[in-house]
Design a protein around this ligand. Structure first.
Ligand code: ZN
Length: 201
């Protein structure tokens, strides 16, 4: 099982971090040990600035290589919400030095995940999701605003990697990212349904 993540996939988020809007998907990965279904999320000891990034996550029901764009939708079995926790201070240093940013993104519990829902229940061309922090709405996304859509991401990734059933794709975060602190409660909603709850400890 692999965990793919897409960076800067929403124009408004790319702009808020003063990044260019990419011409090709920006791809990175997290190790499977970063994945957590638990409500409690320990604040990492090595960062002073951890940010939340709420993302729609694709769960592949079927693998493949060089998957045609027209066939890609057949590979999405389920969707979920996940938070791509990012040590922004460490990431900034990595970016400034032109280094890979794995340690800023791949630490334990840096990829939380909600239960999954059958993709067939949703219209992935426009699925809304949102995050509240201590009861205040901080992020709202709609898959229609993704620069690279779900089908294209599968098609694109499969040119470089053999995809397998069970692989996850974190599809990028909309604007509104920000820091967390111990005691914070984060709630993710898919359409109106509360499906993800994280408490920072
Ligand atoms: Zn992200």
């Amino acid at each position: 099982m692999k965990i793919f993540c897409i960076g800067r996939n929403y124009v408004d988020h790319a702009k808020e971090l003063n990044n260019k809007v990419p011409k090709k998907p920006l791809v990175f990965m997290k190790p499977t040990t970063a994945l957590s279904y638990k409500k409690k999320v320990p604040y990492p000891t090595f960062s002073q600035s951890v940010h939340y990034e709420l993302e729609l996550v694709l769960h592949l029901s079927k693998g493949g290589k060089n998957i045609k764009l027209s066939q890609a939708h057949n590979h999405i079995g389920a969707i979920a919400l996940g938070i791509d926790y990012t040590a922004r201070d460490i990431q900034a240093t990595c970016k400034a030095n032109g280094h890979p940013w794995e340690i800023a993104k791949g630490f334990d519990n840096a990829a939380t995940l909600s239960p999954m829902y059958a993709a067939s229940e949703f219209n992935l061309k426009s699925t809304k999701f949102s995050l509240s922090l201590n009861g205040r709405l901080v992020q709202s996304g709609d898959t229609k605003d993704m620069i690279f859509k779900a089908d294209y991401l599968i098609h694109y990734l499969s040119q470089y990697f053999t995809l397998e059933a069970g692989d996850l794709i974190y599809t990028g975060t909309p604007a509104g990212v920000g820091p967390i602190k111990k005691g914070d409660k984060l709630e993710g909603r898919l359409e109106e349904r509360l499906i993800l709850e994280n408490v920072i400890v």
